[in-house]
Design a protein around this ligand. Structure first.
Ligand code: F6R
Length: 609
């Protein structure tokens, strides 16, 4: 979603803020702004569009000062105009606020404030905060912020400055991620560690209800309810700066696709026990007894993470024989889900901040389930609030379309499956077989990546298509869904994923010579079945692109284009299949001139419901 960065120290703030915003741009990119204390008051610059627009504005009209806050926006309330861009101000311009999240009672508060004479200049919910803090101001900015927040319903991560209490930034968090960075004679606030990684590795993740007061020489964290001081642990970030840079690739998405041999290896590193045919997952915080006590599993997630959940359902039921249900996180809490204290809830999220997923996890916990997180971002809310979990260690994922997180999620879920299944019915030989297949995957992914030019040529053939169908069966039905999602989100081509056999119950009506159909057809247990589906498409003139794993006489003359993937055991075919599908989507989008890393209307981490 939106991104926040703030700085207080001895250096000139504007370049630091703009640089931080650029690193956050993947989180939201419809408008941006900064507010800097210039020695007399709060000076603000804003621009609609990308951060480069704001950069031009500050170059032509510089702002000088060593304390400031900044924001990149993904619109929720109000159009993406300069006027609606953050920071927002109080009537007297003495207070400026940047905000991530949604103020649910904004219209009620706005009416009350207007009745008291406040004049609003934007359509945003955020502006309410600026006026509310002004209303409560009595000399101390943190006191005014705390008093104001007591009236607010909804979610927020905010940073506030004021010329009436000029040497500090006040930041507060409820439901929207925020951290503070500790430097030498300087402090930072940010919604995401990438914004400040160039300057410090020492951070404190704020919890809901925390209010941080940052000055040049120190910081304090207060509790919003008690207004008393609290201690929070300092964490050290082990990401490098080059991990969040493009490193010679045209786009982050391409870099992240090509990182998969390494990211998949990193997910497994030190966790597989080849001899015992199982995995070691210390972070789960579950004993063998706890694992045996599980009666059923509910997996909840959104988008791409939901697709890896579908693969996990298949793996766990097949290998561990425990019943699994997969739920869209956004639907889960609005039903009356059957969850007991013998239910294990697995929560999958790259960012660890997706609002729907977090809410679903809390709902499951409230109903007595134990929740474990399969998360990439260390220190994220889901990672902290879950009862245990497995970090996927894929490294920072900046491209809005998720790629390496997906393959690493499947690996983490496979390790969980191994651990659970070996305690139940899976034999040591079967376990070893799975471990052996896992060890081969990094090099097999590399083999696929080496064939990228073939996929680029196929993309050239299909770049003008208006529709695509992706079909797979068994483990590869989720891979079909994922392939279709990748294509639609970055190229804006309509694409649907279907279980291949379901095609004849409806989608077959769409097939003609203009419809490209991508079949995921490795030599697995359902290969013969998928051959019949390919014939059905061919008989109706459809154009077939197939992912295959060996020369198949049964497919002779049926394929218009063929992409070869290496052979693996059935459960890992979607890992290998997803890589060429990511590349196909990437190359098609690039050839159509789309902005691959920042597709329209999307945001990397969806922290609103
Ligand atoms: C698709 C994509 C989204 C996310 C979804 C969940 O490429 O990136 O569908 O997968 O928003 O995000 P996380 O995994 O961060 O909870």
């Amino acid at each position: 979603m939106c991104g926040i960065v703030g700085y207080v120290g001895a250096r000139v703030a504007t370049p630091l803020l703009v640089e931080g915003l650029k690193r956050l741009e993947y989180r939201g990119y419809d408008s941006a702004g900064i507010a800097v204390m210039n020695g007399k008051g709060v000076e603000t610059r804003k621009a609609a569009g990308k951060i480069s627009q704001l950069e031009s504005v500050v170059l032509s009209s510089p702002v000088h000062g060593t304390l400031g806050i900044a924001h990149t926006r993904w619109a929720t309330h109000g159009a993406p105009t300069t006027c609606n861009a953050h920071p927002h101000h109080s009537c007297d311009d003495a207070i400026a606020v940047v905000h991530n999240g949604i103020i649910e009672n904004a219209s009620t508060l706005r009416k009350l404030l207007e009745d008291r004479g406040h004049e609003f200049r934007s359509e945003t919910d955020t502006e309410v905060l600026a006026h509310l803090i002004e209303e409560h101001f009595d000399g101390s900015l943190e006191t005014a912020v705390i008093d104001a927040l007591r009236h607010v319903e909804g979610t927020y991560g905010i940073a506030v400055v004021s010329s009436r209490d000029p040497n500090k930034i006040v930041a507060a968090r409820k439901g929207s991620p925020l951290l503070i960075g500790l430097g030498d004679g300087e402090h930072f606030v940010a919604s995401d560690v990438s914004a400040i990684l160039a300057h410090t590795r020492q951070v404190i993740y704020l919890d809901d209800g925390d209010v941080a007061v940052l000055c040049r020489d120190g910081y304090r964290i207060l509790d919003v309810n008690a207004a008393s001081q609290i201690d929070r642990q300092v964490s050290r970030i082990d990401w490098d700066l080059d991990m969040i840079e493009r490193g010679g690739f045209a786009h982050f998405m391409l870099k992240e696709i090509f990182e998969q041999p390494a990211s998949v290896e990193n997910t497994m590193r030190g966790r597989l026990l080849a001899e015992e045919g199982t995995a070691k997952l210390g972070g789960l915080n579950m004993t063998a007894d706890d694992l045996l006590h599980i009666e059923n599993i509910v997996i909840t997630a959104c988008g791409t993470s939901w697709h890896s959940a579908l693969i996990a359902e298949h793996m766990i039921e097949e290998c561990a024989r425990v019943p699994v249900e997969v739920e869209y996180a956004s639907e889960f809490r609005y039903r009356n889900p059957i969850v007991s204290d013998r239910t294990l809830c697995i929560v999958i999220s790259q960012s660890g901040e997706t609002a729907d997923t977090l809410a679903a996890m809390r709902e499951a916990q409230q109903r007595g389930a134990r929740a474990i997180g399969i998360v990439n971002v260390v220190g994220s809310t889901i990672a902290r609030e879950s009862d245990g979990g497995v970090y996927i260690h894929a490294g920072p994922e900046i491209g809005v379309a998720s790629t390496k997180a997906f393959t690493s999620q499947v690996m983490a879920l496979a390790m969980f499956t191994l651990k659970l299944a070996r305690l139940r019915s899976l034999s040591v030989l079967q376990g070893r077989n799975i471990v052996q297949a896992m060890h081969q995957l990094p090099q097999q992914i590399q083999q696929i990546l080496d064939g990228a030019p073939i996929i680029e040529r196929i993309a050239d053939e299909f770049k003008e298509a208006t529709n695509f169908l992706y079909l797979g069966r068994g483990y590869n039905f989720p891979a079909a869904l994922e392939g279709a999602l990748k294509l639609k989100e970055i190229s804006y081509i309509h694409a649907e994923g279907y279980p291949a056999a379901e095609m004849k119950h409806g989608p077959i009506a769409l097939i003609d010579e203009n419809m490209p159909v991508v079949f995921i057809a490795p030599h697995d247990s359902v290969f013969d079945k998928i051959c019949s589906n390919i014939q059905e498409v061919k008989a109706r003139g459809g154009r077939v692109i197939a992912l295959t794993s060996r020369d198949e006489p049964a497919l002779a003359g049926l394929l218009d284009y063929e992409i070869r993937i290496p052979e693996t055991i059935d459960m890992f075919t979607p890992v290998l299949a997803s890589v060429p599908l990511q590349l196909l989507a990437y190359y098609i989008a690039v050839k159509r001139g789309a902005n691959v890393d920042q597709p329209r209307n999307l945001a990397k981490s969806v922290t609103v419901e």
